[in-house]
Design a protein around this ligand. Structure first.
Ligand SMILES: [Zn+2]
Length: 237
């Protein structure tokens, strides 16, 4: 059976402020906010704080499940597109990455291959480690999803950014707590090309209709970033 192989993208934006004792930047932001309102009434402050707390909840969950309908395109310059949820946000180019405990060595290896390829561009810096809540992070993992015998398309992996930002920050600086995962139900998932694709999503790249791009929606065993992929990364970082 000549089945096509789909690579999934998962993109989530979380709007709002994170209120966390250990998170001094955000705490300072709240302090600044409160200090600036000190001449107004406590009622106002209380409602403001309540609003901040409410917006902590995820405001939007988007999953571009490309198995059935893939949005793949390139820009007129051949640049690999950027996930729309990244629009307008600035994200630091250093990421701390780690693997969940159950991630087997072979999967770790293909992700490490992908990490090297992205680091070689000099545009991003993926560093082994857990990172903190204030730093960009990528969590690598595995999952098992059986598509059944009659499917024409199987999902080999998924990945995507999760942006966390302070709604009061006019500069729209965001922290990306991204994920990239491989579907171990299919042996062909454990390849550098699939890992490259899912890391691309984690970093904010969308699908490309260029078959030389690692972001082509079905697996072409491409293990090198195309010029378009690099241009896409330059656009984000
Ligand atoms: Zn994809």
């Amino acid at each position: 059976m000549n089945r096509s192989i789909a690579l999934l993208g998962l993109a989530v934006v979380i709007g709002g402020i994170v209120i966390n004792e250990s998170d001094s930047n955000y705490s300072n932001n709240i302090k600044t906010e409160i200090t600036s309102k000190v001449s107004t009434t406590t009622t106002y402050l209380q409602s403001k704080v309540n609003n901040l707390i409410q917006t902590k909840q995820p405001s939007q969950t988007t999953s571009n499940n490309t198995k059935t309908a893939s949005k793949s395109q390139t820009t007129s310059t051949g640049q690999t597109p950027i996930l729309s949820i990244m629009d307008g946000f600035s994200v630091d180019n250093t990421y701390y990455y780690h693997f969940t405990k159950k991630t087997p060595t072979a999967v770790r290896q293909v992700f490490e291959n992908a990490i090297s390829a992205y680091n070689d561009t000099g545009l991003v810096n993926l560093v082994a480690g857990e990172g903190t809540s204030k730093q960009n992070r990528i969590t690598f993992s595995i999952y098992y999803k059986d598509e059944g015998a009659n499917t024409t398309s199987v999902e080999l992996g998924n990945g995507g950014p999760k942006l966390i930002y302070n709604t009061n920050d006019a500069t729209k600086h965001a922290i990306n707590h991204a994920t990239a995962s491989i579907n171990l139900n299919y042996s062909e998932s454990v390849t550098t090309s699939v890992a490259m694709h899912e890391v691309g999503h984690a970093l904010g790249l969308d699908h490309s209709d260029d078959m030389n791009s690692v972001m082509y929606p079905s697996n072409q065993n491409v293990t090198q970033l195309s010029e378009g992929d690099i241009d896409g990364l330059k656009n984000i970082y």
